[in-house]
Design a protein around this ligand. Sequence first.
Ligand SMILES: Nc1nc2c(c(=O)[nH]1)N[C@H]1C(S)=C(S)[C@@H](COP(=O)(O)OP(=O)(O)OC[C@H]3O[C@@H](n4cnc5c(=O)[nH]c(N)nc54)[C@H](O)[C@@H]3O)O[C@H]1N2
Ligand SMILES: Nc1nc2c(c(=O)[nH]1)N[C@H]1C(S)=C(S)[C@@H](COP(=O)(O)OP(=O)(O)OC[C@H]3O[C@@H](n4cnc5c(=O)[nH]c(N)nc54)[C@H](O)[C@@H]3O)O[C@H]1N2
Ligand code: SF4
Ligand SMILES: [Mo]
Length: 731
Amino acid sequence: MTKERVVMQVVQETGEIEEIPLTEEDLRLDWKKGTCCYCGVGCGVLIGNKDGRVLKVRGDPNHPANYGLLCGKGATLPQMVHTPDRLHYPQVRADRQRPHERVTWETAIGYVAERWKDIIRRHGPDSVAFYISGQMYSEDYYVVNKLAKGFLGTNNVDSNSRLCMASAVTGYVTSLGADAPPGCYADIELSDCFFLIGTNTAACHPVTFERIRRRKLHAAKRVKAIVVDPRRTRTADIADIYLPIQPGTDVALLNAMLHVLIAENLIQPDFIKRHTTNWEEMRRVAQEYPPERAAAICGVDAEAIAAAARLFGRARAAMSFWSMGLNQSSHGTAKNNAVINLHLATGHIGRAGAGPFSLTGQPNAMGGRETGGLSHLLPGHRLIANEQDRREMETLWGVPSGRIADQPGLHAVSLFDALAEGRVKSVWILCTNPVVSMPNLNRVLEAFSRAELVIVNDIYHPTETTQLADVILPAAQWAERDGTVTNSERCISHSSKAVEPPGEALPDWEILCRFAREMGLGESFGFRSAEDIFEEYKRTTLGKDLDITGVTYERLQQGSLQWPCPTPAHRSTLRRYTDGVFSHPDGKARFVVHGYKPPAEETDAAYPFVLTTGRVRDQWHTLTRTGKIPVLMKKDPSGFVEVNTADAAQLGLASGDPVEVTSRRGSATAPCRVTDAIKSGTCFMPFHWGSLWGDAVVNRATIESHDPLSKQPELKYCAVQLKKAAELSHA
Ligand SMILES: Nc1nc2c(c(=O)[nH]1)N[C@H]1C(S)=C(S)[C@@H](COP(=O)(O)OP(=O)(O)OC[C@H]3O[C@@H](n4cnc5c(=O)[nH]c(N)nc54)[C@H](O)[C@@H]3O)O[C@H]1N2
Ligand SMILES: Nc1nc2c(c(=O)[nH]1)N[C@H]1C(S)=C(S)[C@@H](COP(=O)(O)OP(=O)(O)OC[C@H]3O[C@@H](n4cnc5c(=O)[nH]c(N)nc54)[C@H](O)[C@@H]3O)O[C@H]1N2
Ligand code: SF4
Ligand SMILES: [Mo]
């Protein structure tokens, strides 16, 4: 690092950039290139370490996702590395009444292998399952998939990405013919209309939001922004039009926007004719959604819907951003298709500054899909259901033809159902905390108590999930191991090992390989490094839409690369579909048409409020990391329930009162926050606080109903009653 004044730049909630100077001493640290392990923005970081400890972090000025900028979570990464509750050793309990006991790796792996052999012998390979995470590196993902689908003979591998990105995947695949957003972050600086729907970008993708905000504010008259969310979050601060939509009704709104675009000749008939199919059906259904009809369904002004459509249709280049407000829905695929339809009708796709851009939640949700990390996928964007795809993978893995089962495995919700019903006997959970994050937690607890053997890889103990495990395996975490991730814009970055993991902790892939060897599969799982795995994995992408055979660890050390990147000389692919040729066999994009459907569970006299859920800016998921960082705990020290002012008055609730939120499945209790920023009839709780923190556990109430295509559960909508509680309980 040079001698000039080096600062860490951190974007604040207000949009101001705080500059924290690095000292002379800081600059003498050993700095390694990494990637932030929190959100899907995928910011490049430099990890400053000394004597085996991570001491500082700073944004990588050369990384295209952030050009040096970080948010508050990224800036405090060092504080979550060396904590007192890090797991150092494998632990086992043979009897659930007894405490966990430290064992050697040989004993732990030997025990798991022996139990799985026995369970598989008695009940067949589909009696075991892996539940994994969009926070694992692609190398970990590849090894789990190879092991389960290629060697153990079960497709029961699903990821928490099912709760996150599954509807975006089915949306892209049905509309465009292939997974992943067509554009890139650099489009932000070239766009003149931002359509943000179902995303609190300011809180959840702060560095990307800062780019959007800057673009908007630098040309405030020319660049327009539309925000659609039942809660007025800071994301709406940049909006020219803010639509406080009734939760779950987005398809009606989007169809009505298309109605207006057609009525006012703001569509591109030439683009539609040359590059799409199914327009007549689209036009017919859009006709059924005049803005007045949508206004009644969505609870927003018809004129505002028309105005939003005009901004979108008149823009030179419009970009849409969305995330969980659309994906976590019993018709999440339809919501995704409906956004993409707006782009297809107006030709806002495949060119600079324009395109549908779903924001990826976790740092490697995208890489997970690339490596086959959902129960219906195989590596290289292949499908279990496709015979040729299975044969190709069997050849690549050197296993007999027919080894890969021809039916998709269990998806996340059905996996926990199968455990609760005794159809699956054992689950191995890696890098996720389902006892906080799954919907309808009482059902999940049933699953754990019925399971014969629960194995959990984590970096900390206790978590709500490790507490219930029979076997706890200590994983090396961020900065303690190598690996690659793919962020929201298809950009692959390498994250380096900077320090040794604590105690006997090992990278997840290595734990899995040790297990595979114990199962007698040593020949196929002899990987010696993450790079070894990457080299094998990348060959599975040869000739596929995401071909990355031109990527090497060495090239990634120089900088990240956006797929496809098929040759060593190939530079990143910024945009796909620039030639108007889409990924369906006929080369056309498809209008996938849906009418509005109500959510799975509707409100009634007994459960009159809509409960929606989500995140706050300074916390990450189930708090295992950010919950230990005092500066991040300051703003929202506990869970809470946002209640609209008029509703609160009627219920006799004031801010700070304990309020009990009860659905047909369970209840949570947290302090009330009375606010005008949420729509009347709707309440909101963040899902971060699990049972280790008290009773603000919102997923006790949420519903496991899911989209029929994507199987993504409806975490953003269920019916609840609200009442003042006697008191709050704190752990
Ligand atoms: N600070 C922070 N950042 C994160 C994370 C984190 O835990 N903390 N997690 C990461 C991950 S994995 C993910 S998936 C992303 C999630 O990022 P976001 O999707 O932005 O976050 P959420 O808060 O879950 O939901 C976004 C918004 O959807 C709105 N919403 C609810 N129902 C509806 C609806 O029916 N229609 C519409 N239009 N809007 C609705 C909610 O009010 C909420 O403001 O964030 C990533 N970034
Ligand atoms: N109500 C409601 N529920 C939701 C959501 C919502 O919006 N509303 N959002 C859903 C979404 S989008 C998501 S992505 C999920 C997230 O939910 P989870 O995945 O359950 O949340 P995390 O806290 O990120 O869990 C990651 C776990 O892995 C551990 N860990 C970290 N690094 C490593 C590692 O390198 N190896 C191993 N083995 N372990 C590691 C952490 O300590 C932690 O226990 O929640 C879902 N649940
Ligand atoms: S925006 Fe996301 S990736 Fe970037 S520093 Fe913040 S949490 Fe990390
Ligand atoms: Mo997510």
